[in-house]
Write a protein that binds this ligand. Sequence first.
Ligand SMILES: Cc1cc2nc3c(=O)[nH]c(=O)nc-3n(C[C@H](O)[C@H](O)[C@H](O)COP(=O)(O)OP(=O)(O)OC[C@H]3O[C@@H](n4cnc5c(N)ncnc54)[C@H](O)[C@@H]3O)c2cc1C
Length: 403
Amino acid sequence: MDFTLPPAIEDVRSRIAAFVEREIMPLEADPASYDAHENIRIDLLDAMRAKARAAGLWCVQLGPESGGLGLGRVGMAACYEAMNRSIFGPAVFNSAAPDDGNMMLLEKVATPAQKTRWLEPIASGAVRSAFVMTEPHPGSGSDPSMMLTRAEKQPDGSYRIYGRKWFITGAEEAAHFILMARTSDDARKGLTAFLFHRDQPGWRILRRIPIMGPEEHGGHCELGFDGLTIPPEDVLMNEGDGLRATQIRLGPARLTHCMRWLGLAKRCVEIARAYAAERQGFGVVLAERESVQMKLGQIAMAIEIGRLLVMKAAWELDRGGLARKEISMAKIQAANTLHQAADIAIQINGARGYSRDTVLEWVYRYARQARLVDGADEVHQMVLNRFLSKEETGFWSWPVAAS
Ligand SMILES: Cc1cc2nc3c(=O)[nH]c(=O)nc-3n(C[C@H](O)[C@H](O)[C@H](O)COP(=O)(O)OP(=O)(O)OC[C@H]3O[C@@H](n4cnc5c(N)ncnc54)[C@H](O)[C@@H]3O)c2cc1C
């Protein structure tokens, strides 16, 4: 087993860490840097993005031919964690959701013409994007087979879209959309992925949904489709490949969430340790109390378990596997660890943790979504149990190296 990072990855990781420390942390500490939705102001973000790009720290998730650094999923895991030491980090390096997942999907499955039209502007930072799948009740959420949004094929080969979607991250700011809609009732081939531009008529934002946490740029929106027309060249993959497109996107995209969340969890520990080292009570500093030490030791271990699961899944993806069970385990572990890390850090910080003097309360509110998005905990547990039923004790087998 080799747990070392290749020097080329460590070089990028350490440069990202230094950029975050030098350029982004001071901004994060300044209340004037925030927009009305508790994210970095767009004008500041644009300035920071130009600096990150000039420093060669841009789109680590994409291959060089798509304008990225081509570090593979293992390299991404190391770099994403370093980016999300700051709550502003991923957006600055163009590695925030949902753009990064959309870019990775387009890089993998789009035709050359689709890449030029739809991927390049996202990869250059000229536009933002959104992934449009979830529907309000009684439509599809955890179960994509419940999808109600229809794409009706027209005699000229185009499609007309009718239906409703919600919780579409970034929709208010996005120009490029990847949409899932039903083209038939076939259980496996019933869904199709489409590309559309914000300026096309036949759809609208019904509302920006108010949420408990800070918001990505463009919020989380409810969308109505009333005859949006999509030409055949804007079908992603082929008609009926929507479920496959979703699986191709969601596997790595879930993992990138985990990579970022572990960076945020480490930041919570950093803030907790700093306060525990200086705060006195009943004659000793908090850091000397065994109960505080146990909390920090427990969360350090949970973070490391998450990192190992993420790295194993990333390694599996890099060698061409789907890593479905590894990603499910990583998703549950990282989401719950982030939640727990924010909670423990707030507890150790006392009233200060509940204030807005640190980012802990921001992370705590944000962390609650981690256990829902891209598959709720229970759905991943269900997936894991399916693997267990099928593989039995083989669930835990090690892949054997070629001799
Ligand atoms: C902040 C945020 C951002 C999002 N961004 C996007 C986006 O950009 N694009 C998009 O398409 N969607 C997005 N979503 C939607 C997200 O992917 C869905 O919320 C998620 O897939 C769960 O679907 P649901 O909310 O309909 O939950 P439901 O399917 O209604 O499930 C509700 C609850 O039931 C339980 N449950 C479900 N299935 C099982 C099971 N098999 N066994 C046991 N319990 C179960 C779980 O506890 C689950 O939380 C976002 C959601 C949030 C909160």
